[in-house]
Design a protein around this ligand. Structure first.
Ligand code: GTP
Length: 243
């Protein structure tokens, strides 16, 4: 397999570190010695979230990332080979977040270069172009590919956001209602109609991805705090009464 760029390698290392550093889960006995509580720690001031852009070649993934991070649009952009990433800091609902956006190559011939980078993603942005029906019909395939290679622990609750890009173009082949219906059938993920070219909804879409992740994490933290575990990490249902 070709070696990823040094930037990509650095990021991979960091995203692994993040897995260890961001959430240190400790088990401690309660004063009664019966119940175990979990303490979730945040390290550093900002939460590092990895989001990944997937979709057919040419739908505008790189352009969306570049518009959001550098506020530029290139009408002659090249196909991505493998993966690239950019970071942007932002504040969402009072929480500081470093968003690490991974842009992947949509062309089939680069599949083996992109799939190793799916692991550790916190959210997946499934992207199509509204003037390209085929790219919309392929969304299910992209979701499947992501689920297969990302090794997500809780597939049912993993956050996805769907982006219908190039809404600035006249020749539309996919309607907003059709796209929303797909989202509804595929787990109610939020849908955004975007244009990297004229900067329509780009910020809103990335912020929605962050909100989806934070909501999923809050749910998980809540579940962890209200459950109990024994010394070997096996969950136990709390007993209704002592003795
Ligand atoms: N009109 C219009 N053109 C866009 C938009 N977004 C991207 N493009 C153009 O579409 C072409 C492909 O854009 P990319 O961002 O390279 O697409 P990609 O999905 O990253 O493609 P791969 O790297 O092959 O996976 C480029 O010529 C862009 O300028 C948009 O919102 N509107």
């Amino acid at each position: 397999m070709p070696v990823p760029s040094s930037e990509a390698r650095t990021s991979r290392r960091r995203s692994t570190d993040r897995g260890r550093g961001r959430r240190c889960v400790q088990s401690r006995p309660s004063p009664q010695g019966l119940v175990w509580v979990e303490v979730v720690r945040m390290t550093g001031k900002s939460l590092l979230l990895k989001v990944i852009l997937l979709g057919d070649g040419g739908v505008g993934k790189s352009s969306l990332m570049n518009r959001y991070v550098t506020d530029r649009f290139d009408s002659q952009s090249f196909h991505t080979i493998g993966v690239e990433f950019l970071n942007r800091d932002l504040e969402v609902d009072g929480r500081l977040v470093t968003l690490q956006i991974w842009d992947t190559a949509g062309q089939e011939r680069f599949k083996s270069l992109r799939t190793p980078f799916y692991r550790g993603a916190d959210c997946c942005l499934l992207t199509f172009a509204v003037n390209d029906l085929h790219s919309f019909q392929n969304l299910g395939g992209w979701k499947k590919e992501f689920m297969y290679y990302s090794d997500v622990k809780d597939p049912e609750h993993f956050p996805f956001v769907v982006l219908g890009n190039k809404v600035d173009m006249d020749q539309r082949e996919v309607g907003a209602e059709e796209a929303r219906a797909w989202c509804e059938e595929n787990g109610c993920c939020p849908y955004f109609e975007t244009s990297a070219k004229d900067d329509t909804n780009v910020t809103a879409a990335f912020e929605a991805a962050v909100r989806e992740v934070l909501a999923a994490e809050d749910q998980l933290d809540h579940a962890l705090l209200s459950s109990t575990i024994d010394l070997h990490g096996n969950r136990k249902t709390p007993r209704a009464s002592c003795c």
